[in-house]
Design a protein. Sequence first.
Length: 137
Amino acid sequence: MIRCATLLTLAAVLFVGAGAPAQDKADGGVSLKGSVDDLALQDKAPKSGVVASAAGWKALQEAWGIKDAPKVDFGKTILVVATTRGSQLKLTPRLTDGDLKALAISTRDLRPGFRYAIESVAREGVKTVNGQPLPKE
């Protein structure tokens, strides 16, 4: 009986926690995941892997149909963007000696369209992105 109650409690926690992805972390950061049916729109991802301006963020929102996107203070924050054709994507930005790298892991199963992940990082201390100067857009 205790096992059954424990499993039901665990299932309820997982079910309730499995809603829409959190758009604003507790620290005010951005964490978005989504899917776009039109594979051609994957080319709208920033070549540098980051969005560093409000204009770039607005263009990406419009291209990918991101609804109710959180506001971002680009004076303090930049957004790291990764895409995949696999069904799952995990994005982990890392800052080492001023160089920001986006570590992305995805599944190898190809699906129609593409998936994206967007994570915010503090702009402070970021000098380069993958060894290249931080882009203006």
